[in-house]
Design a protein. Structure first.
Length: 283
């Protein structure tokens, strides 16, 4: 039987510590504050933002949604980010995607100061991450590592395969795995015989954005599989990039969708905001 790597358990532990430290900061006169810039009317995006704000408030972190509207321009979104960057009362900033058509995310996030870029989205944060300098890594990539750490998955010398090369998950997850002394292969849709490469993994991280794409032939018996996928069926139900039924009994451990990487990502965002409020930049 495949072990369920429950992200809700990991998230609860992180959020418990965040609540304690947030209370200490408030007693010192510091109110940890997170600002989320939104420029879309996509319901899934708004639902995610609502989840972040509820979680933040439950942990003692102020959360403000700056909705600039779906008709916002690049200049308008950038101005909002610059204003938040200059506001000493704001400690963490997230620019929620998707952005309106025509806006290049990298241009907008370039105005995020490294010490407030709690989701590691800005160009400076990305560059510093890959040079080993202090910066917040993308929260989802951090969440992958938190789950592996919580369940004591051996990484030093292990073969890790990451399916997906996005700047949000795949590449930063690969970098963090390398830092943990894993031997890392990054795969993508053009990889020849992808299933065979994946079968060589002791740790398989799947972030390709294709529902139930990874099946039994992708998984080495006993491998730990982290499913980062967030896909929606026609009935609105959520599913991952891994066919959980197909790999059951083959994988040694698997994160569920929902209830796996997602809640840990939110918890990491809150922890990063707290670190920013305390003047502690990740590294």
């Amino acid at each position: 039987m495949t072990e369920t790597l429950d992200g809700r358990v990991v998230s609860a532990g992180i959020r418990g510590r965040v609540t304690e430290v947030a209370s200490l900061l408030r007693h010192r006169g510091i109110t940890p504050t997170l600002a989320v810039v939104v420029a879309t009317d996509e319901e899934a995006s708004h639902a995610y933002v609502r989840a972040i704000t509820r979680a933040a408030q439950a942990c003692g972190i102020e959360a403000h949604v700056c909705d600039v509207g779906r008709s916002a321009t690049s200049a308008g979104v950038s101005a909002t980010v610059r204003d938040l960057a200059a506001d000493d009362g704001v400690h963490g900033i997230i620019v929620q995607t998707p952005l309106p058509q025509g806006i290049v995310p990298a241009e907008v996030t370039s105005f995020l100061p490294v010490d407030k870029d709690v989701d590691g989205a800005g160009v400076l944060s990305v560059g510093r991450l890959f040079r080993g300098l202090p910066a917040f890594a993308p929260a989802t990539a951090q969440a992958v590592m938190e789950i592996l750490g919580h369940y004591s998955v051996p990484l030093r010398g292990a073969n890790a395969v990451v399916i997906g090369r996005s700047e949000v998950v795949g590449r930063p997850a690969a970098e963090l795995l390398l830092r943990a002394d894993a031997t890392v292969t990054v795969c993508h849709s053009k990889t020849v015989d992808l299933a065979a490469v994946a079968r060589g993994a002791d740790v398989l991280v799947v972030a390709i954005g294709r529902p139930r794409f990874v099946g039994r032939i992708f998984v080495k018996p006993g491998a730990v599989v982290i499913d980062v996928g967030t896909n929606f069926d026609v009935d609105g139900s959520m599913m991952g990039d891994v066919d959980a039924v197909a790999v059951d009994g083959v994988a040694g451990g698997l994160t569920p969708v929902p209830g796996g990487v997602g809640p840990v990502t939110t918890a990491v965002l809150l922890r990063n905001t707290l670190a920013a409020a305390a003047g502690l930049q990740a590294g």
